[in-house]
Design a protein. Structure first.
Length: 422
């Protein structure tokens, strides 16, 4: 059984989208797949429409009973999603495992011990790791035979890649360390920054970067909002085709020897004469940090490709440090500020975005989000302290806020996003 750890310390829901759709596509290609949710937020279960309140046993039960007289096997907690795809779900109680066993070195082998009894039952086990370095992430990397690092072609993910490589450098020699691959994710060809970063990734990391690119595609987010992988939600979409290419590339790499990957690393770092004695991963880390610095420079000067192309535009002036800080701290989803609660989403394909929730009697027309020139929609509301459910209405299509990880099932079997206002 091949064990693939999907991890990125800046990945958030992006890595979960990759894990869900790669698992579903491998299953469609005829492989037997187990998706293991190691994130206490349980996003893989949400993305597979598994109701949290119906999960009796979870990954935490398997991990906490490893080595006891009555261990709970992972086969007793799985949900069958499709004939070839099973899910081992998690709940928030998984966070207790890190608190309870954080100083226990034996706990870092727990994931491998849980998976060992089912190694003959599946062809692949995909591990959706937490978006931070902790016991669960280290345990996943220790068990993995390969690491896939999704890198959104934007500023933040380059820093995430640098941090992830540092984590791998700290691991003892393992299959995961020798078989790390980088996946260009959420690629938007319309932006100069994305094109620059993709070119840099390919030039410097060479064969360590998957040939496949996961392009920005709204169907991927819409499928997640319905709790369905792209193979079921939109099997003819560009997103589905991208993941089919990725799955087949993963399958093709089954016979690749670890030595080939090591040779590729050495080829990447050989031109870096500034670090002649550095280990390969250290050199890659140094280059990733340089790439992040270059991305920050591009972020300060890059403009979105919109407007009348017939008229030549003057070169964009460099942004001030304050303007750069504002761009960097700009987040999507909801954010509490002194001015109120900010609702923000990036939908360059939409003409109208509204928000409906407990705070406006679920009347979207009363709360439109205002669009700027970059395809961002935003509105600031003054809300009293409390807990609110809401949904975004994009061109009359209702969906939960994919940038907000907190959601709950409503009476229609769909998801409402939730915000707690202090």
């Amino acid at each position: 059984m091949k064990i693939l750890a999907i991890t990125n310390q800046k990945g958030g829901c992006g890595k979960t989208t990759v894990a869900i759709n790669l698992a579903a596509t491998l299953a469609r290609e005829g492989r037997r797949v187990l998706l293991v949710d190691l994130d206490p937020q349980g996003h893989s279960g949400v993305g597979m429409a598994v109701p949290d309140q119906q999960i009796d046993l979870s990954v935490h039960d398997c991990l906490r009973t490893v080595g006891t007289s009555e261990p709970i096997g992972i086969e007793s907690i799985v949900w069958q999603i499709t004939p070839n795809l099973d899910l081992a779900p998690s709940r928030q109680d998984l966070a207790r495992f890190e608190r309870e066993r954080g100083g226990d070195l034996d706990a870092e082998r727990a994931v491998g011990q849980v998976l060992a009894p089912v190694s003959d039952r599946y062809d692949y086990a995909l591990l959706d790791c937490p978006p931070h370095v902790g016991l669960l992430t280290r345990a996943a990397l220790a068990a993995a035979t390969q690491v896939i690092i999704p890198v959104d072609t934007g500023y933040f993910s380059l820093h995430g890649l640098a941090q992830q490589l540092r984590t791998l450098e700290e691991l003892p020699d393992s299959s995961a360390r020798r078989n790390a691959r980088v996946l260009a994710n959420q690629y938007d060809v319309r932006t100069k920054l994305a094109r620059e970063i993709l070119a840099e990734l390919r030039e410097r990391f060479d064969s360590l970067v998957f040939r496949t690119i996961i392009n920005f595609n709204t169907k991927l987010k819409e499928g997640a909002s319905f709790g369905r992988p792209i193979t079921e939600f939109a099997p003819s979409s560009m997103g589905a085709r991208d993941f089919q290419k990725l799955a087949r590339e993963v399958i093709e790499s089954e016979n690749s020897a670890p030595a080939e990957t090591v040779a590729a690393v050495e080829k990447v770092v050989s031109p870096l004469a500034t670090v002649p004695e550095a280990a390969p991963t250290e050199a890659i880390l140094k280059r990733a940090e340089e790439m992040a610095a270059e991305a920050e420079r591009l972020l300060a000067t890059t403009t979105t490709l919109v407007g009348d192309r017939k008229q030549p535009s003057a070169p964009a002036a460099a942004s001030t440090p304050e303007q750069v800080d504002e761009k960097i701290t700009r987040i999507y989803g909801t954010q509490q500020t002194p001015a109120g609660v900010v609702f923000r989403c990036h939908r360059p394909d939409a003409t109208r975005v509204e928000v409906a929730g407990d705070f406006n009697d679920w009347r979207p027309s009363s709360t439109p989000l205002h669009r700027d020139g970059n395809g961002d929609f935003e509105a600031t509301l003054q809300l009293p302290a409390g807990r609110y459910r809401y949904r975004l209405v994009v061109d009359d299509y209702w969906a939960h806020d994919a940038a907000n990880p907190v959601a709950e099932t409503n009476e229609f079997g769909e998801f409402n996003s939730v915000i707690n206002v202090d």
